[in-house]
Design a protein around this ligand. Structure first.
Ligand code: ATP
Ligand code: MG
Length: 414
């Protein structure tokens, strides 16, 4: 089921052998079992065991272990991979009073540990030594039926931890699975409470669900479960715009979070710049994400119309580090709105074929040139520099002599 050659997999297998040899129960657990049964190589391999956290530390040596989440009984065990393997003691979670985290945990059996997990597809264990799957929750059947279903009573499981609502949508969207009917109904009932989850966590979930091929399905599911409105105000009010946003999200190729967010905002908001600023704050976007979304929203039209605009208008837009998000967004925008693509093609073609010194030539004159000519810095000075730069980019002047002559004329007029 797994390729145990990569370091992370080999580490987990060695840890399980060692624990089993010492008389403990030890399995692969959670996401890696799900991914393995789906024929995908997991990113990380989590181990679950009935050995107590202290015992795990003694067995592998304190120097090779890290206390990751002491209160949850998670120990990091160092191996040959860059990141340590997480070894968690089987546990059952106590009551939840903050809608996010259990108040206390109690160590228990493998079955209890399966039952405290969120979805049946995430509740499987695998014994890699005997090569058997251990399924207390019906996870194999749901994997076969491509179904995301809460373990136990969905209402209660969501009441315990509101983040599970977003996780359900993320797994359904990224795996292309169906949301179980009861689970979806429970999410609809509690959707407004999703905001008890921190902005960072909501942001992280959205980043993961809107950054890949499942993005349009994610938006559809968020809208269908009423989660979209509380996390993305305004989107559900306009059904037509939302439909277009879902198509736009699916048309961003290759899918990318920043470009997808930008087209969805452009399609649904009456004030895109303000919406972007609001979402950036709520979801704790990185500086790069903020800038890329802002740049994309501001220059979407410029890129689409690039073939009808002066190059001096288009060039600065394409010299931005955010040009790839912008071009991806523009392609989706043109496709869904059935607009001509000559402008986007012109941008792509110049970016691909022009050498750097033609795309972004060194300025013919600089502030220093102007000062040497005897001019003083000020608004007219700045305007002059910009005018000369535009004339240079548009090919109207191409030598320092010509540029200097322009400068003198412009500043004499000013
Ligand atoms: P991925 O890492 O691809 O997002 P994963 O299933 O590994 O998927 P993690 O967030 O890494 O997800 O969590 C590991 C496992 O821990 C899950 O498979 C699930 O069994 C359990 N789990 C994680 N978060 C929760 C939660 N909020 N409630 C209940 N169980 C959870
Ligand atoms: Mg994981």
């Amino acid at each position: 089921m797994f390729d145990f050659a990569p370091a992370a997999a080999a580490d987990a297998l060695a840890i399980i052998r060692r624990l089993q040899a010492a008389g403990f129960v030890a399995y692969l657990a959670g996401g890696c079992v799900r991914d393995g049964l789906l024929g995908r190589q997991p990113k990380d391999f989590d181990v679950a065991t009935d050995a107590a956290p202290e015992t795990v530390r003694e067995l592998f040596g304190r120097r090779n272990t890290l206390a990751f989440g002491v209160s949850f009984g998670v120990i990091g065990v160092r191996g040959s991979a860059a990141t340590p393997t997480e070894v968690a003691t089987f546990r059952s979670d106590g009551t939840y009073s903050d809608g996010r985290r259990p108040d206390h945990v109690r160590f228990g059996s493998a079955e209890e540990d399966a039952l405290r997990r969120d979805f049946t597809i995430n509740g499987l264990f695998h014994d890699p030594v005997r090569d058997v799957v251990i399924d207390f929750v019906g996870g194999r059947a749901d994997l076969a039926n491509r179904l995301v279903r809460a373990i136990g009573d969905p209402r209660q499981r969501i009441a315990e931890d509101k983040l599970r609502m977003l996780r359900a949508v993320r797994f359904a969207a990224t795996l292309g699975f169906t949301l179980d009917y009861q689970t979806a109904a429970s999410i609809r009932r509690s959707a407004a409470e999703v905001t008890v989850t921190s902005g960072e966590r909501i942001g992280a979930e959205l980043r993961r669900m809107l950054g890949n091929r499942g993005a349009s399905l994610a938006l559809e599911l968020l809208a269908d479960t009423h989660l979209l409105e509380p996390i993305w105000p305004g989107t559900e009010r306009n059904a037509e715009a939302l439909k277009r946003a879902i198509r736009l999200a699916g048309a961003v190729q290759p899918p990318e979070f920043k470009a997808i967010v930008a087209v969805v905002i452009a399609a649904t908001s009456s004030d895109p710049a303000a919406t972007a600023a609001d979402l950036a704050e709520r979801w704790k976007w990185s500086g790069d994400e903020r800038d890329a979304v802002r740049h994309t929203l501001r220059y979407l039209d410029t890129v689409v119309a690039a073939d009808r605009l002066a190059w001096s208008v288009v060039q600065p837009v394409l010299m931005s580090p955010h040009r790839s998000s912008l071009l991806q967004a523009a392609e989706s925008w043109a496709l869904v709105h059935d607009l001509p693509t000559a402008g986007i093609e012109l941008c792509r073609q110049r970016l691909a074929s022009w050498p750097a010194e033609r795309l972004d030539p060194p300025p013919l004159v600089t502030g220093k040139t102007l000062i040497d000519l005897g001019f003083r810095p000020g608004p007219a000075f700045k305007r002059t520099l910009a005018t000369i730069r535009d004339a240079q980019l548009d090919g109207e002047i191409d030598s320092e002599v010509e540029a200097t002559a322009w400068v003198k004329r412009l500043l004499d007029e000013a």
